[in-house]
Design a protein around this ligand. Structure first.
Ligand code: SF4
Length: 291
């Protein structure tokens, strides 16, 4: 239990504060027990630019019935004080896209996304390849790092849920421009190698896709809309013709040259009439002649 003499030492604490801050010490706000031998008295601070701040005077006592002494006087923010936001280390403040040309961003030595190269890549396929070609790196992507990347790429701009993918004729996994990445991530991710695509040079999910898919087929149609052929028989085009009477008798003229003359026609008719009279029997019907 805090010594009552400490809690009651309001004026003693105010005097200590005024000795330090003069007229900037305002009304007594509260007393806060620190432990059995110390307490802190709080006074409003009338200091320009420090709205809501308080002068805090910590008093202490060495033993019961000893004199109260001042431990420290400090300017402290109150609950409504205007204060700077909490400090965040720079490595926690950097976000994707912050890195500019010429910037250096050292990786945290304890970055959980990386694992020492000598400890293995944590990826059997990468490990086998590294052994085969004799290459090695100081650090490689850890399992956590790969899962992080896979999650980011799958839900990102070039993941299967993107608007572009939903409107694509087919997915990257079946596209000739799709270059699968090495290691276990190659099961679901690759790099687009089509300069026409918005994903060119980017890591794409096998379920992503775009209209530049290598096997996209476009129906060959006229670039200009062609209307169906329609016969409009509701409209008649009328052409004016000269009447027959006004027309020259072309047919008559045509036959005129080769046609027999009227005189020769009369002669032919007379010859036929004479022939018929000569063939005619003498008043006997044809049936009787036969019988
Ligand atoms: S061209 Fe389109 S479908 Fe093909 S790999 Fe690139 S993004 Fe995928």
């Amino acid at each position: 239990m805090t010594d009552p003499a400490l809690l009651a030492a309001v004026e003693f604490a105010r005097a200590a504060a005024r000795e330090h801050a003069g007229a900037e010490v305002g009304a007594h706000v509260a007393v806060r027990a620190e432990d059995s031998a110390s307490a802190t008295h709080l006074f409003d601070a009338a200091k320009p630019g420090y709205r809501g701040w308080r002068w805090a005077v910590t008093v202490a006592i060495a033993a019961p019935d000893d004199d109260v002494t001042v431990s420290e006087v400090a300017l402290m923010p109150g609950p409504d004080a205007l204060v700077a936001p909490p400090w965040i280390p720079w490595q926690d403040r950097v976000r994707a896209g912050d890195l500019g040309v010429g910037d250096l961003l050292p990786t945290d030595p304890d970055d959980p996304r990386l694992a020492p190269g000598y400890a293995g890549s944590d990826d059997p396929e990468v490990e086998a390849l590294a052994m085969e070609v004799g290459l090695g790196r100081v650090r490689v992507l850890s399992r956590l790092g790969r899962l992080d990347a896979a999650d980011r790429w799958q839900t990102g701009e070039f993941g299967p849920g993107a608007d572009m993918a939903r409107g694509a004729p087919a997915s990257c996994g079946t596209c000739g421009f799709y270059l699968p990445v090495a290691g276990s991530l190659g099961a679901a991710f690759g790099v687009c190698g089509n300069e026409i695509s918005p994903a060119d040079g980017r890591a794409v999910h096998a379920g992503y896709g775009c209209g530049a898919h290598s096997e996209a087929e476009v129906e060959q149609i006229s670039p200009v809309l062609v209307a169906d052929l329609i016969y409009d028989d509701a409209r008649l085009d009328i052409e004016a013709h000269e009447s027959a009477a006004d027309e020259p008798d072309a047919e008559a003229d045509e036959h005129a040259a080769g046609a027999p003359s009227a005189e020769s026609v009369e002669q032919a008719v007379a010859a036929v009439a004479q022939g018929e009279q000569a063939d005619e029997p003498s008043g006997q019907p044809e049936s009787d002649q036969q019988g």
